[in-house]
Design a protein around this ligand. Structure first.
Ligand code: UT7
Length: 323
């Protein structure tokens, strides 16, 4: 059977780091509160010349180099983002142009913090349907541009960045020791909209708007939703928490990640945690964490990796992939 194998990865971070102490000079907060409630110590914030497209392009170039392929080898580009450069065209098309690619198709996907999981799943589906052989999947965000910097309940949580993977069709035998995506599970439920949303948009206010979140309400649902969809991934494959080499979750809050891992019986040393360095970078958080685990030598070919995310919508999902 056809398997969607991750050939290479890359990431890009803005130049500027914003620490909790620096933030505490702008809003009524403290390093202690932010660290204790979220685990976040710092985040990267894009400067004016750094955009979702430029960060996405840099991550894409790094992933292509790591995979050893050129844009000529790609059939598609999918960008997961909720902070596009423009309302339209899709920022993926902008990145396609920046990369000098004129063939194939590029489009954006919007599932907020679950965007990378949704895009990887979509890429897997295109590959398995024989519609594409090689797809570049990017998660890139500049959430700093939609934050209300006077709202301490949200502005301390998010950061900017980008990550990318190149996914290729390869032959597998259909067993769980195949390389590639083994299973993926997506969910959404729009009844939770008011808990995490942006209070503007072209069709309503004709403005970009700002992120609004009832943090405690999101927190209350997060662990149950995350663990539910991961259980689906385990039962679809017959794999268990013991089989996992690396748990690479969406990085929103250390307490959510720890509680999810505990509930699933995933050993703490298998959890890739980057929220302390990156904050919540929405659709970029998983590929940024993937790159962190590759750069420090933890994540190697053949490892079984569990990806998971939950975010605005609500949307949530999980992917099991053998690296
Ligand atoms: O990626 C998408 C998914 N998003 C998430 O997963 C986020 C989920 N939610 C969370 O991570 C947590 O709910 C937060 C980190 C947002 C908040 O943590 P919490 O433990 O749920 O705190 P809380 O909202 O219950 O607020 C506790 C107190 C409040 O004061 P009172 O009412 O107890 O007097 C807040 O006003 O902390 C106060 N507070 C702050 N204090 C200092 C809220 N934000 C801050 C702040 N600095 N930045």
């Amino acid at each position: 059977m056809i398997r969607s194998v991750i050939l290479g990865s890359g990431s890009a971070k803005p130049r500027n780091v914003l620490t909790n102490d620096e933030l505490a000079k702008r809003v009524d907060t403290s390093d202690e509160w932010i660290k204790q409630r979220t685990g976040i110590e710092q985040r990267y914030i894009a400067e004016e010349d750094e955009t979702t497209a430029s960060l996405g392009e840099a991550a894409a170039r790094a992933a292509l180099a790591d995979a050893g392929v050129s844009v000529d080898d790609l059939d598609m580009i999918m960008l997961a983002t909720s902070t596009p450069n423009n309302t339209f065209p899709a920022t993926a098309v902008d990145i396609q142009h920046r990369l000098g690619m004129k063939h194939g198709a590029a489009f954006d996907m919007q599932a907020v913090c679950s965007g990378f999981v949704f895009a990887v799943t979509t890429a897997d589906t295109y590959i398995k349907a024989g519609q594409a052989k090689r797809i570049l999947v990017i998660g890139a965000e500049t959430f700093s541009r939609i934050l209300d910097w006077e709202d301490r309940t949200t502005c301390v949580l998010f950061g900017d960045g980008a990550g990318a993977v190149v996914i290729e069709a390869q032959e597998g035998v259909g067993l769980s020791n195949d390389r590639g995506i083994l299973t993926s599970h997506l969910r959404s439920d729009g009844s939770h909209k008011a808990k995490l949303y942006v209070d503007g948009g072209p069709s309503t206010t004709q403005t970009v708007g700002h992120l609004r979140m009832q943090g405690r309400e999101v927190f209350k649902h997060a662990v149950a939703m995350i663990t539910d969809v991961i259980e689906d991934a385990f039962s679809a494959t017959g794999l268990t928490a013991d089989d996992i080499d690396w748990f690479i979750p969406h990085q929103a809050n250390r307490r959510i990640i720890d509680a999810s891992a505990r509930k699933l019986n995933i050993a703490p040393e298998k959890v890739v945690m980057t929220v302390h360095k990156h904050g919540n970078t929405s659709a970029a958080s998983i590929p940024l964490a993937i790159q962190t685990a590759r750069d420090d030598g933890r994540l190697k070919q053949g490892d079984l990796v569990l990806l998971e995310a939950m975010g605005g919508g609500f949307t949530w999902g999980a992917v099991l992939v053998r690296w």
